[in-house]
Design a protein around this ligand. Structure first.
Ligand code: CUA
Length: 315
């Protein structure tokens, strides 16, 4: 119904409709109260205008019913908004477990993607329709923002940490991808396309050209080149904790606290090894800051994830 209005881009993901419904609800509530307030303002200004210099109205000392009304009604409305927004927000912030894991790196001024199979793309992202896709994103330089209006998905892409976004496209076609954070002189040119294909077309696109090695395989190579395996082995006398099965698990730290071993924890442990030292180990790991690219970090994380049997690939 609203897709003919230029204000409302095509709805092409599973969350698009719920985002739009919520948006329309918020606009209608705001419009209703804006009109009501301005109309009453005008009406009261005329009705209670001062008619003579000596006019002194009786003072008003309050009205409990009125007070209750303007506490209860806004409270009810804001609670409805809060619960509704939180529901949509948490749904959008929680990628389904079976999502395809694709990595995205923003840099001045382009988008670089890598599929679990190892396929790389620049300013284009091919995805299958009807499958959840989770993006793990970071930036090589400044703040960027991954924005696909048709999916109603928008997420900041930051240097120095991973952010994630997910979507499930509901129709095939080509959709705009924008950078939605001012990031320098060619910010407006930092645009791309998301190409949503049928699952069969996606499979044949993946097998179209030689992918070389998967992300996890590249990560395993990097892991070896950087010498990580010399300490992180499964042997009982290893100097570093074993990484087998660690991804997504709770880890006990030296200071007695516990953290979940997610992407950002692994990232921090590679770049700032002493920030969170695992219980029973000494802070002897050197930093790898400046030695691994953003894409390399994602590949190593993909490798460590694969050690837990969670490749996030196309099965
Ligand atoms: Cu990248 Cu704007």
């Amino acid at each position: 119904m609203l897709s003919n209005l230029p204000l409302f881009p095509e709805q092409a993901s599973t969350v698009a409709e719920s985002v739009d419904t919520l948006y329309v609800f918020l606009v209608l509530i705001s419009a209703f109260f804006s009109v009501l307030i301005f109309a009453l303002l005008l009406y009261f200004a005329i009705k209670y205008r001062r008619r003579s210099d000596v006019e002194r109205p009786a003072p008003i000392h309050g009205d409990l019913r009125l007070e209750l009304l303007w506490i209860v009604v806004p409270l009810g409305l804001t609670m409805v908004m809060f619960i509704w927004c939180a529901k949509v927000f948490f749904h959008m912030a929680t990628p389904p477990a079976e999502a395809i894991e694709i990595s995205a790196v923003g840099k001045q001024w382009m988008w670089k993607f890598q599929h679990p199979s190892g396929h790389r793309e620049i300013n284009e992202l091919h995805v299958p329709v009807g499958r959840a896709v989770k993006l793990t994103m970071s930036s090589e330089d400044v703040l960027h923002d991954f924005y696909v209006p048709a999916f109603r998905v928008k997420m900041d892409v930051l240097p120095g940490r991973f952010t994630t976004a997910w979507f499930e496209a509901t129709k095939t076609g080509t959709f705009h991808l924008f950078c939605a954070e001012y990031c320098g002189t060619v910010h407006s040119g930092m645009i791309g396309k998301v190409i949503v294909m049928t699952p069969a077309a996606y499979e044949s696109w993946l097998s179209g050209d030689a992918a070389g090695e998967t992300m996890a395989e590249t990560g395993a190579k990097l892991f070896g080149q950087l010498g990580c395996h010399t300490c992180h082995s499964d042997r009982s006398d290893a100097r570093g904790p074993s990484l087998t099965g660690i991804f997504g698990r709770e880890v006990s730290l030296q200071d007695g606290s516990r953290v979940s071993a997610d992407e950002n924890y692994l990232r921090e442990s590679i770049l700032k090894p002493n920030a969170k030292v695992v219980e029973g180990y000494r802070p002897i790991m050197p930093t790898f800051q400046g030695q691994i690219s953003e894409a390399g970090l994602m590949q190593i994380v993909a490798y460590i994830r694969s050690l837990s049997g969670r490749e996030g690939s196309m099965n």
